[in-house]
Each structure stands twice: as structure tokens, then as C-alpha cells.
Design a protein around this ligand. Structure first.
Ligand SMILES: Nc1ncnc2c1ncn2[C@@H]1O[C@H](COP(=O)(O)OP(=O)(O)OP(=O)(O)O)[C@@H](O)[C@H]1O
Ligand SMILES: [Mg+2]
Length: 228
């Protein structure tokens, strides 16, 4: 995945599935591979995160500022890596809504000049510039919600690049009877992701301790089984 990542990598999914962890792990891996690019990315990230946190607390007037920050980040990604973490699903859909309205507005007002313009929406829809990754757990409801999110993104003209199945017990290779029984329940979910839902996916094992800090985050990427 790292070899063909474009500028803008966008992680989305329902609450608590590990979006922030996976986004941080990917950012840490990119940072290790290219220190300079990622340092800039990290700074943008912190700023973006502050804006998004602000957005969650504020009424909708703040959404304009968040959308502007979002657009700027997408633009920056033309020149460098930007890894974006999001708040749970509803927030992603809100951002897409704002991006779509802006896109339609710009085109309506630009007239003939519109053929020379690139809106943030157009960058999101361009698979060479943006890769959207859906993070889920290998459980029935999270997978169902992730597939709805996939459909919503597709309706917005954005084809998700792939799925990350996080915190998988099956991927730990546990032999403990209780854990192994739990792990077996993941099999049909992972099969559905592999066979029908995702263009490509990676399975990340559940760790005994929170993957905090650069070393553990990078180890998480190392443990991931990437499956086409
Ligand atoms: N593979 C894993 N193994 C063990 N713990 C994990 C793993 N992935 C994430 N966690 C832990 O699960 C918790 C939730 O993860 P995280 O905060 O990344 O989820 P999120 O999707 O960003 O949540 P939110 O929707 O609230 O933003 C954290 O405590 C994190 O350390
Ligand atoms: Mg998070």
C-alpha cells in the first residue's frame, strides 16, 4: 500500500474502531520512510485535528472554517503526504456534503472557466490524488455500518481504496480456547470484506496493550497482513 499511496490518505469509519490508531500508524510509517515530508504532514495534521475538534463542539457556523481548512489540506496534498484522521462516520458525511455543495456552487458561478478549475471534491474523487480507507472491526454491526459508509462514499463519486479490519483476534493466532472461539466468529466477517465488500483490505491484529508511541505504531503496520 505504501508504494502507491498518493498525497492524500483519508481514514474513515464508525466510532472507536481504530481510525486514529491506524492513521497514526500509517503516518509514523511514512515519517520513517521520508522524514521531511512527514514532519510537514504532522504539523498540518495537528492543526487540522484542532479544527475538527473545534467543529465537534461548535454550531454550524464553524463548519465553514472547518471546510476551508479541509480544502487547504487537500490542496497541500498535491505536494506532500497528508494523512487525515476523522471523527466517526457522520462527520465524514458532513464534510462530504459541504465539499459537494461547494463544488456545485463553484461550477454554477464559474461558467466557461469551470473546465480549468479543480475543486476539493474533484481531488477527492481522483484516485491518483486521494485514497480513502475504511476502518472497521471484524464484527457484524461494524462491517454493516462500514458497507453503508462505502455506499455513501460511492454515491458521492468517491471509490474507497480499501478497508482495514482492525483489532482482529483471528490475526493474533491465539490458541487460548475462549479467545480462539471468539476469533472464529470473525471468519465470516473477514470473508465478506475480502470477497464482496472491499477492493483490497488489510487485517491488523488486536494487541494486548494500546498501540501508543511511534515504535508500537510502526509495529502495528508490520503486523498487518495486507491482502489484495
Ligand atoms: N489493533 C489494536 N490493538 C489494541 N488496541 C487497539 C488497536 N487499535 C486501536 N486500539 C485501541 O482502541 C481504542 C480506540 O482506538 P482509536 O482511538 O484509534 O479509535 P477511533 O476510531 O479513532 O475512535 P473515535 O471514533 O472515537 O475517534 C484506543 O484505546 C486504541 O489504543
Ligand atoms: Mg479517533
Amino acid at each position: 500500500m505504501f508504494n502507491d499511496l498518493p498525497g492524500f490518505v483519508f481514514f474513515t469509519g464508525k466510532g472507536g474502531v481504530g481510525k486514529t490508531t491506524i492513521a497514526a500508524a500509517v503516518a509514523a510509517e511514512l515519517a520513517a520512510r521520508d522524514h521531511i515530508l512527514a514532519t510537514k504532514g504532522a504539523r498540518l495534521d495537528a492543526q487540522g485535528r484542532a479544527m475538527l475538534e473545534e467543529d465537534l463542539r461548535s454550531p454550524c457556523t464553524e463548519e465553514i472554517a472547518v471546510f476551508q481548512a479541509f480544502s487547504r489540506v487537500i490542496r497541500e496534498a498535491g505536494r506532500k503526504f497528508v494523512v487525515m484522521d476523522t471523527a466517526p462516520t457522520g462527520h465524514t458525511l458532513l464534510l462530504l456534503d459541504a465539499t459537494g455543495s461547494y463544488h456545485r456552487d463553484v461550477l454554477r458561478h464559474a461558467g466557461e472557466a469551470s473546465s480549468r478549475m479543480t475543486t476539493p471534491m474533484m481531488r477527492l474523487q481522483d484516485a491518483d490524488k486521494t485514497k480513502v480507507l475504511i476502518v472497521t472491526l471484524a464484527e457484524t454491526t461494524p462491517v454493516l455500518e462500514a458497507s453503508r459508509l462505502h455506499d455513501d462514499l460511492r454515491r458521492a463519486g468517491i471509490e474507497p481504496y480499501g478497508w482495514v479490519v482492525n483489532a482482529s483476534l483471528a490475526a493474533t493466532g491465539t490458541t487460548h480456547p475462549l479467545l480462539a472461539a471468539r476469533a472464529a466468529t470473525e471468519a465470516p466477517e473477514i470473508a465478506a470484506v475480502r470477497d464482496t465488500l472491499a477492493a483490497r483490505h488489510a487485517v491488523v491484529p488486536m494487541l494486548a496493550e494500546d498501540p501508543v508511541g511511534t515504535d508500537r505504531l510502526r509495529a502495528l503496520v508490520g503486523h498487518a497482513t495486507e491482502l489484495a
